[in-house]
Write a protein that binds this ligand. Sequence first.
Ligand code: RIB
Length: 307
Amino acid sequence: MKVLCFGSLNIDYVYTVPHFVQRGETLSADALHVFTGGKGLNQSIALARAGAEVWHAGAIGADGAFLVDALKEAGVRTEYIDTLPEVSTGHAIIQKSADGDNCILLYGGANQAVTPEQIDRTLECFSAGDLLLAQNEISALPHLLQRAKARGLRVALNPSPMDESLPPLLVLADCLLLNEIEASQLLGCGADSDPEIMLTQLHTRYPDAQIVLTLGAQGALCADGDCVIRQRAVPVQAVDTTAAGDTFTGFFLAGLLEGQGTAQAMRFAAAAAAIAVTQSGAAPSIPTRKKVLSSGAFCDILAEESP
Ligand code: RIB
């Protein structure tokens, strides 16, 4: 069984700010750092660092070769990434506050130049039983999900960023991984709604999908058939929460792929995400499997499970 992550590759410009810029305000940033990022790239790296064999597909401009190098260095296969000389690589402008929180502005660039032709060409190399992981940062996403499903691939979808094009596509997902903001946007309720109620509503709407709802410092919930699995977050001093959800997604799916039960995969993912928020940057903050398994975060979670 092969894993294809078809998604964005971004250059992340991370500005450390005293507070998020307000409407009409001009604000000086304290620092600027440039990192490898993009939800697609981050999730491919998380899958690979967790131990899965993964192929990344997507598109970059001539200025994005270093993103492909970062994927290769993490052990991700890159032969389905197209380089498009006429467009620039996608980028993200990220404001990072002192408590590690962020807000993100995306410019799609080459990510929005993915075509149905590239998708068809890539999917020809994958077959029934393989897993597709996708997010909502590339063009032609409906085509990707529909064709993958028609070929018999299992589909895991991180519907992020949420927009009005997504709800009709979510029925194609076998596994949905989203955070509380995306869930509230999808359900049309407040972001502070009770997560357990949101999970129940999502499960009612998409009864055939496994649904993972990540809740930041509150942990994560999973609706798996008629079971609800609750996973607490490991308390850590957050430096940068960027890519915590991507780390959780990659480690959770890699755990399932290697035969872990859902609860065990949630623990693996929660420990990895806890480590990711203690480091700066998106992809650079994603830990290796070895680091997770030997970490205090993982030991804490296991200790809590033991009587
Ligand atoms: O999930 C974090 C990612 O979102 C960043 O790396 C940024 O590029 C955006 O895609």
